[in-house]
Design a protein around this ligand. Structure first.
Ligand SMILES: Nc1ncnc2c1ncn2[C@@H]1O[C@H](COP(=O)(O)OP(=O)(O)OP(=O)(O)O)[C@@H](O)[C@H]1O
Length: 372
């Protein structure tokens, strides 16, 4: 074992899931000085006094004991509330659909948590994200995880050079089934644990009910964007996402094609809907992105750039042209009209395997509709 590896301390962010368990195991096997830390970011104690964070912390304890590494729990509930949840609520108040995971990675996992790790003498923070980071000529590059199905670069697009220089993603080069196999072979307590889904602080709860605890809902009219006809009432604009089909409560069986959310007018509190999933009002030709993080730090902002991008996790990449309009804003023009582009979500740019960076979708440029 190389002495320098043995002297390199790595803090692993342990969620109690299989990915971070294998992350810690691999680093330990490679000879690093590994510490496992579970973050408690949210008090999810239910009405029966049960808290899933406690179950997860217990899984972290069992896995760390199996691997033979020290473990701790840190509480970042206040920091998470101030830096992620407040932003989440603010965005919903503006009628947008935020991405708290992108913010959590930037502000908590590779913000507060990274600082905590550094305070503990660690050189790196490792997580079980499916992504890769490499250094080339002093620049840190974020690459897609090799498992296309699991690639999580979408959520890591807001990390900067300093954060990437401290990040390790030890399972980024592995397909998920291989990660499970490693966990099973090592007999890790989390080997068969099912993957977490959804926004971490909402969990399996009903989203509408959850949000209504924090933001007052204002009902209003639901209007057909084509005819101006009132189709019904909505429960509050914040509950709806562009392109959404479920939960509109109109167009029951026998009344033709399903209805979709086409637009929101925040000022007038109107939800615009349209019938048929191919209607042009669901499509856009481009978008304005703000708060752009260009990972390499070196961009030629005077030239338009061809690349691919995703507007949501697990979407195939789409071709487009980027034009910088200021230091951190750009106009994005799609090669083909795109459906259900959602303000508040992340747009993330790629050049092949390389994640170039990303930003927040601010304005959406709708397809111009020419009715016959
Ligand atoms: N509560 C937590 N405490 C510490 N680290 C965490 C926590 N939640 C997530 N992480 C870290 O962030 C990574 C990605 O989080 P995500 O919620 O996407 O988990 P995941 O892909 O389901 O992985 P896992 O199987 O490890 O739960 C995790 O693998 C872990 O390293």
């Amino acid at each position: 074992m190389s002495n320098s590896i043995a002297n390199t301390r790595v803090v692993v962010g342990m969620s109690g899931g299989v990915d971070s368990s294998v992350t810690a195991l691999l680093l330990k096997q490679q000879g690093y000085d590994v510490i496992g830390i579970f973050m408690k970011n949210w008090d999810d104690t239910d009405e029966f006094g049960h808290c899933t964070a406690e179950d997860d912390a217990e899984d972290v304890r069992r896995v760390c004991e199996q691997i033979g590494i020290p473990y701790y729990t840190v509480n970042f509930e206040k920091q998470y509330f101030d830096k992620v949840f407040s932003y989440f609520l603010e965005e919903y108040k503006r009628g947008r659909t935020p991405n708290p995971d992108v913010m959590c990675n930037r502000e908590i996992k590779f913000g507060e948590f990274l600082q905590k790790a550094i305070d503990l003498g660690a050189e790196y923070v490792a997580t079980g994200h499916y992504a890769r980071v490499i250094e080339e000529d002093g620049t840190y590059k974020l690459l897609r995880g090799v498992d296309n199905n699991k690639d999580q670069t979408y959520f890591l697009n807001a990390l900067n050079q300093q954060q990437l220089s401290k990040a390790m993603f030890p399972i980024g080069h592995l397909p998920k089934p291989e990660v499970r196999r490693i966990a099973e072979e090592a007999g890790l307590a989390t080997a068969k644990k099912k993957d977490s889904t959804g926004v971490c602080f909402i969990g399996e709860r009903n989203f509408k009910e959850f949000l209504s605890n924090y933001l007052p809902a204002k009902s209003g009219k639901m209007i057909d964007i084509r005819t101006g006809e009132v189709k019904g009432d909505h429960d509050g604009l914040m509950y709806y996402t562009l392109g959404q089909r479920q939960g509109l409560g109109i167009g029951g069986s026998g009344s033709g094609e399903p209805w979709f959310v086409a637009d929101k007018d925040l000022e007038k509190n109107i939800l615009y809907v349209v019938q048929g999933d191919q209607h042009p009002s669901l499509y856009s030709t481009g978008l304005t992105a703000t708060g752009i993080n260009w990972i390499s730090g070196h961009a030629d902002k005077s030239q338009p750039l061809r690349c691919t991008a995703k507007f949501r996790y697990r979407q195939p990449d789409q071709g487009m042209t980027l034009t910088w309009t200021s230091d951190d804003t750009m106009e994005v023009t799609f090669d083909q009209p795109q459906k259900a582009i959602t303000p508040g979500q992340a747009v993330v740019f790629f050049d092949g395997e390389l994640c170039l960076g990303g930003g927040t979708i601010d304005q959406v440029h709708k397809v111009q509709i020419q009715e016959a």
